[in-house]
Design a protein around this ligand. Structure first.
Ligand SMILES: Nc1ncnc2c1ncn2[C@@H]1O[C@H](COP(=O)(O)OP(=O)(O)OP(=O)(O)O)[C@@H](O)[C@H]1O
Ligand SMILES: [Mg+2]
Length: 411
């Protein structure tokens, strides 16, 4: 039964409404509440990023940046940017409104538009439809009020924009960014909403976390200073190079980040492959996970180490070295090993054949990341000739294929 007293209080403006979609202008009443940084933020961050290898420095920078404003997580493909964005929201106890940017985005997609609806009785109606940004701000306001009533509820809802580099910023965001981030409670005018429901004040507790593929330097260069000023750019990079003398499978604790990555990858691969192999009988998943772990840490450990050696050569090669430089992400290593194990299981490959399968997996998962646009063909060619077993067959062939194709285009 509706609470009449509460409804009256809401109408009188004594307490904020719990649903702002038709009362957009009243978001102003709750706009001044800033983020409630959880007391145990560090512990919450640790828990939310379990199984993710992100350097503690990156984690702390991102958390600090979020306390003051909007954040862009940038870095090479597959370093865990999207996963980190979700984990940060969990740590700050906020729900998320995830969207993926698209090159066709315009302000109609982002701010809002009018749409024609045809009802069953053939009557037509023009209805306002909020764009992603507007909708997420309204939902954020709803979440803030729900949290007032029940602190167990998330304290806000944040907009996650994946692959921001796909959007044409000016076309998609228009003048939005001139308002965003100004401290005064300056409203944004929503052209698609009716009078009285049109002036949107952004709650101070609202945040945007965007991810950006940093290979797309051109995109970053094209961002206007206005937009750059309103975001803090945090780089989610590959881990630092393994120190001399540290072996992949050593058990030192705490281990260097690169070695921690090795461990994280092995655990992830085991659990992912086991889930796939036991999808019809999940009671076997746990056993399968530990069986795969035993293999990865035992008979397959040397091969896994060779894969990491290869990745390391490429990741950290300097400009003067005759090895192509590419910051290959953790995700691509996981994918490659997953492919190795699934193919071995599918084709009943014995351990002696594992090297060939790994070679194949690298040739289809890692080699395609090389591109003669970013790597000089002669460097790729020389690199291909230096590869030793097991990467001297399919991987070498695939690299030379890229060289040949690149030369063909140059002609
Ligand atoms: N640093 C990491 N530690 C553990 N797992 C990772 C890491 N980076 C990526 N992964 C795994 O790889 C997959 C893809 O990660 P995610 O989408 O977060 O990366 P991304 O940087 O956003 O990639 P992209 O640039 O392709 O968008 C996820 O399943 C994730 O668990
Ligand atoms: Mg991503």
């Amino acid at each position: 039964m509706p609470n009449v007293n509460e409804e009256t209080l809401v109408e009188q403006g004594a307490i904020p409404p719990t649903e702002f979609h038709d009362k957009i202008e009243r978001i102003r009443e709750i706009a001044q509440y800033d983020i409630d940084s959880p007391q145990d933020l560090t512990a919450r961050l640790e828990k939310a990023t379990q199984g993710l290898l992100i350097s503690p420095e990156t984690l702390r920078s991102a958390a600090a940046a979020l306390r003051v404003g909007h954040v862009v997580l940038q870095g090479p493909p597959g370093t865990g940017k999207s996963s980190l964005a979700r984990a940060l929201c969990e740590a700050f106890h906020v729900s998320t409104f995830p969207v993926t940017a698209h090159e066709d985005w315009t302000v109609f997609d982002v701010i809002g538009r009018l749409e024609l609806r045809l009802h069953a009785d053939r009557k037509e109606e023009i209805v306002p439809v909020n764009g992603y940004f507007t909708e997420s701000v309204v939902r954020c306001a709803n979440a803030i009020v729900r949290h007032f009533d029940d602190p167990a509820e998330p304290q806000a809802e944040w907009l996650l924009i994946d692959e921001l580099n796909r959007a044409h910023m000016d076309r998609a965001f228009g003048e939005l960014f001139t308002v965003l981030g100004t401290d005064a409670a300056l409203p944004i005018t929503l052209p698609h909403q009716r009078d009285g429901n049109r002036n949107l004040v952004i709650p101070r507790r609202f945040r945007i976390i965007a991810t950006l593929n940093s290979f797309d330097r051109q995109f970053v260069n094209n961002l206007s200073q206005a937009i750059r000023r309103r975001f803090t750019f945090i780089t989610v990079d590959i881990p630092d190079k393994r120190p001399m003398g540290a072996t992949w499978s050593n058990t030192a604790n705490p281990a260097p980040l690169a070695v921690q990555e090795y461990r994280t990858v092995v655990e992830r691969v085991a659990s992912r492959v086991a889930k796939r192999l036991t999808s019809l009988d999940t009671s076997r998943t746990q056993q399968e996970t530990s069986d795969i772990l035993v293999k990865l840490k035992g008979p397959l450990a040397a091969l896994v180490g060779q894969l990491f050696d290869l990745i390391e050569r490429v990741r950290y090669s300097g400009p003067d070295q005759r090895v192509p430089h590419l910051p290959i992400g953790t995700a691509q290593i996981i994918d490659t090993l997953e492919l190795l194990l699934l193919r071995m299981s599918q084709d009943n490959v014995a351990l002696e054949g594992a090297g060939d399968i790994l070679d194949w997996a690298v040739s289809v998962k890692i080699v395609p990341l090389f591109d003669t646009d970013v790597v000089a063909p002669e460097v790729l060619k020389e690199f291909a000739s230096t590869l030793s077993a097991p990467f001297d067959k399919a991987t070498r062939r695939a690299l030379l294929g890229i060289v040949a194709a690149g030369m063909h285009f140059v002609e």
